[in-house]
Design a binder for this molecule. Sequence first.
Ligand code: UD1
Ligand code: MG
Length: 458
Amino acid sequence: MKNYAIVLAAGKGTRMKTELPKCAFPILKKPMIQYIHENILKSMVDETTVVVGYQKEIIMGILGDSVDYAIQSTQKGTGHAVMVTKDIMAKKTGTTIIMLGDMPLIDYKVINKVIKYHRDKDNDLTVLTTKYQQPKGYGRIIRNEYGNIEAIVEHNECTNDLKRINEVNTGIYVVNNELLYKIVDKIKLNERKQEYYLTDIVEIMKPNYRVDAFELWDNEKVMGVNDLYSASVAEKYLRNEINKSHMLNGVSIVTPETVTIGENVIIEGNVTIYPNTYITGESIIKSGSKIGPNSEIHTSVIHNNVRVKHSLIFDSEVKSDTVVGPFAHLRNGAVIGENARIGNFVEVKNSIIGDGTKSAHLAYIGDTETGKNVNFGCGSITVNYDGLNKHRTKIGDDVFIGCNTNLIAPVEVGSRVFIAAGSTVTKNVPEGAFTIARNRQINKEDYAKNFITPKDDK
Ligand code: UD1
Ligand code: MG
């Protein structure tokens, strides 16, 4: 028998007070919905339908064609969101898990556990519940004198007595798919909110079907993110969990509460991460490297024994034994070779830098291919943009580029070239050449007095 998932992600997330649809909001730079999707993929679920509506293109852009989509053009509540999956889902036989798109901490093990529980108990509906010390905002679980679930009452509709109940609805339900659409059709409009509440299925099914509640002890895993504060709580929890697992794998993290590592980052043992450092996206950090403090690395590969200090590295690669920073910026596919040096206030964009090449201070290297053991003097610039188009610079091996050199692209500099400081190079330089491209100096003797009056004469 097949397992299906329905994920509700059509809402705007009014309480977030942000423009993005809530389920696309990033937690550790990854959209919430992606956490849910990745865990569904790891779980025993076979097929997934995501309900989209508000700014649906954004959610669909994140998930692509790996799931089916049901469109909820106007958001009339969680019950209505399930109704719109009818065309796609109603004819299927199997078990369906319904999940909300605002629970980024969900774990595939929880998904499997509740589906198995539902099957083992031969239930028609299983509601996943948990307990919070401060359950404000969640629907409360009402149980009868035998401890069986009777109903779910939304926070705003609870009397003061009901508000004291700390067992809540997580928003995860497992239901026999054949029954689901018969039941959701019976949900009545909640007049006060003008919404169809999915939570009503408990009371609708209770008289005729096996309805059960399964309580999860691990309450963090199912927290709902409804506003920017709860987004920060989710992020803090995830940050701690991720950092802990890296530390247990032999990654040394100094002041871990200031270090943020994304879920998909791979870090080998014997790496040290210093304070105020972010490593996110699909980044890989290899053994022996030391990263930070105050650095940001996104979707980049850092090879062995690299030192990165106070620097930004985006979509780039740094090979072994290289030093980056302080205050360097690598971006758009910069590839830095082994044993190289990209130092103070140097920006490298979309460029390949050979092994042993050094640019220690104040340089811009863009759209460039540079060979081995090149020295970029302080203030070297590859002038890649003419106001309309970008052009490439090519530099051979063992080239010495004097301070304050402009290489006006497109231009090629052969190997073993020496360029004198202050040159503006506009023509290709052949291998082995010495190039000087600046005005000759003129010294006019005894002439400075025309410009400077010594202070004592004022
Ligand atoms: C919901 C539950 C509440 C539960 C809590 C758990 C209802 C009525 N309430 O409340 O019992 O304790 O989750 O976190 O179900 N959505 C749609 N279409 C809609 C409305 C919502 O797709 O018309 C989606 C949203 O995008 C969101 C999810 O459903 O991902 C939940 O909606 P939200 O407004 O966050 O519900 P809660 O108030 O948190
Ligand atoms: Mg919610």
